[in-house]
Design a protein around this ligand. Sequence first.
Ligand code: AMP
Ligand code: ZN
Length: 476
Amino acid sequence: MTIQLYNTATRSKEAFMPLDPSNVRMYVCGPTVYDRAHLGNARPVLVFDTLFRLLRHEYGSDAVTYVRNFTDVDDKINATALARKEAGAEGSLEDLVRERSNETIGWYHEDMAALGALPPTHEPRATEFISQMIAMIEGLIEKGHAYAKEGHVLFRVRSYTEYGKLSGRSVDDMIAGARVEVAPFKEDPMDFVLWKPSDDELPGWESPWGRGRPGWHIECSAMAFELLGESFDIHGGGNDLTFPHHENEIAQSKCMGHGFAQVWMHNEMLQVEGKKMSKSLGNFFTVRDLLDQGVPGEVIRFVMLSTHYRKPMDWTEKKRREAEKILAGWYWTIRGSSLKEVSDAIISPIKSDLNVSAAISAMHKMAREGQTDDLRSAMAFLGFPVDEALVSASIMDTARALDDIADAMHDSEHLASISKRFEELRKAALVTRDFAEVDKLKNQLTDIGVEVRMSKDGVELRPGPFFDRDQLEALK
Ligand code: AMP
Ligand code: ZN
């Protein structure tokens, strides 16, 4: 079976046919690096990490190029840098902006690694591709799709007849419904910014239109072109980006004559306890907040993967607790097992538009039926660490507690059978008046730390504080 992916552009599931199977190419819009990633930001990371793993499995790990950018040109980053400068921090504004982005990117790497996400092949920063953006903007002006005015360059939306096709909107509907900004330098309110001027308080780059900085949308078109070429296979991101960001990326790249992305994939949004995550509702938290509260990265990953990427996903306390139990159970089940080729029962559903929850059902079945090698391999494929040293300590503690429970149950069964034998020996001894056998067993038991209580009701055996489990095994 080929991989089937739902393409937002055609609104249907399609068989995935890479342009070049020896170089499968995917671009995913990454974060704007002004602060810690919130829990919603982790969703596209984990969705496309799963797709990346699937593509590597199908085409080979060297045959997939995954680009996820960092947007490090942003007013919120500038505001932080400016505030630091005003508070007396040393260095130029550019230095302080760079410092803030570096800091945020470092956090992002730490947090996403804690969730088990593989690093993409390339993680370009917008600020390192300014010349490519300028070149693309010049190209668009030359072709009549963009115009410069008052230090700004704008994309002429009416010049691209397919505009709105991805999101299924017509330009006139958009004007009627959207909050498009009217500005004196715009020919049409729909036109969007490719370049804008920077004053001395803002980072800027020299350009044919004066000192300025790029608009957000051109960043992705330019970086995707530079790193993946004119045409590539998959473009992804959250569905909040479909309009206007992706619509604008398409307009820019197609008007340059590029084929651009073949398949458009969008994850639905994450909510918290049924509500949109927002600072005003007080249910806003970052990935780091959860990790610091002791929620293991594996648990966040499990909860995220359990909901299909095209459905809204709800983060709840209940799901977190359940995931913790399931994972501890699985880690307990796979101890002593070994890795093998991941089973088709896992790959097949994932090939069907990333139906990870069906794969998870197959994993429950593996756990029930004791297919421990298969379960270990499935966990590894889905990005859960299987080397005990790399698993979060709290999950391993819960898994080991299961070990104790299982051992205790086993011990109690074993002790029950010994106490039955004890009882029989004692009954016989009461008749023969020969207690040698009874005493021998009693001594053996007390030697290994079992407390022996005899009463007229029978014999009770209980592990005492110096109970030695291994020796109980030897006691037949
Ligand atoms: P941003 O830094 O806001 O540009 O977002 C980075 C990525 O996170 C984009 O792919 C967004 O679509 C995605 N994203 C933002 N908020 C959410 C959310 N609540 N649920 C799922 N994805 C989100
Ligand atoms: Zn983008």
